[in-house]
Structures are given as structure tokens and as C-alpha cells.
Write a protein that binds this ligand. Sequence first.
Ligand code: GAR
Length: 216
Amino acid sequence: MSRKRTAVLISGRGSNMGALISAAMEPSYPAEIALIVSNRPDAKGLERAAEFGIPTAVVDHTGFAGDREAFERAIDAVLREHRIELVTLAGFMRILTPYLVNAWSGRMINIHPALLPSFKGLATHERALDEGVKIHGATVHFVSAEMDDGPIIVQGAVPVLDHDTAETLAARVLEVEHRIYPKALELVATGKTKVTGARVLTGAASESELQLVWPD
Ligand code: GAR
């Protein structure tokens, strides 16, 4: 089995990156984390990646005078240079233009801290509390031209508790993120995902094959 050479794009602490690296340390995992790219030179995740001996690259968006496409061309060049096959966005806080989205169509996935299509954008946990939802969670999806949109691969849900603050809720959701992102990457890397319209079929035929709600 050839493991898919996968890049993780980050902007910050990189805890989801860490979850993907941990999963890929298992030799039978179908993806290999071959490159970490950050748009911020000070991203904490870069140090963590280096500790694991994974190659890192910084493409600083501030160096492109607001030319988003030029920034993305530079990212694309780094990805190609490292012979990357799949791209995972993990807290990569730049809005993408159609340039990069089209270049990696079907090969780029993102994690979002909400049950899409609810709560696209920022401050998802605050908004979930404001709206009074009882179930919140996270989503991994293929990246499309619209922000926080695109066919959904895996979702994970958590209960919202009476005493929750945005911080406690974020922490509960983050644990789920760390479980579902490796699962989603595995599905994509093994070619088990089939996109039909807005849906992604993953071959899961019974509930027990896809645990979606924690705690179970
Ligand atoms: C994660 O919660 C991720 O879902 C979110 O940023 C955080 C990054 O944390 N992404 C977005 O909001 C993208 N729309 P991490 O750097 O520890 O993985």
C-alpha cells in the first residue's frame, strides 16, 4: 500500500495537525504527513512539527501585499515541490480563492468547529450557545469555493451542557475534532469517499461503523 503524501496547512497551535501526525505514526495508516505549511512564521504548530522531524514551510501571507492568488500560487508551488497528494486544512485561517480550491479539487479537506451547514465562519461556540442548540460539534468536508462549504465527509457531535461557556464547549468539540479528522483523512486516502452531489458516500453500512456522538 502506498501511503498518500499529505500536507497539513496551519495558522496556529496545530492540535489537529498533532492528531493527524499521531494517527499517521501507525504504519498501516493510509496517509503520511509529509509537510506542514504555515502562513504565520510564529505558529506554535511549526515547533511541534519540527519535533516530529516533519518538514515545514512558511508562506507568509503578509509578504504578498494583499494579492491572495499570488500567495496561493506560492503555497501551491511548495505543495508540488514536496510531491503532495492530499491537503488538509487544520486551523488555516485564510479565505481561499478559486485558484487553490480548483487546483486541489477533491484532494483538499478542512475541519470546521461546528455541525455544518450551521455556524459557518468564526466564533462558532459562542454562536451555538447564543442560539441555544443542544447538540454541537465539528465537521470535516471537502473544500469548495464557498467558505466552510463543500461535501461533508464526517461529523462528530457533543451535547451542550447547562454550565457550558464558549471555552468549555470548545474544549469538548476539540476532542471530537481530534477523533474525526484522522478518520476523515483515512477515508479520503483509501479512496473510500464517493462524492455524489452534496453527499459523500463512505461505504459505512451500519451505525457501528461510524461513531458520531461522544460521549457514547
Ligand atoms: C480548530 O478548532 C479548527 O476546527 C478551527 O480552528 C481550530 C484550530 O485549532 N478551524 C476553523 O475555525 C476554520 N474555519 P488547532 O490549530 O489546535 O488545530
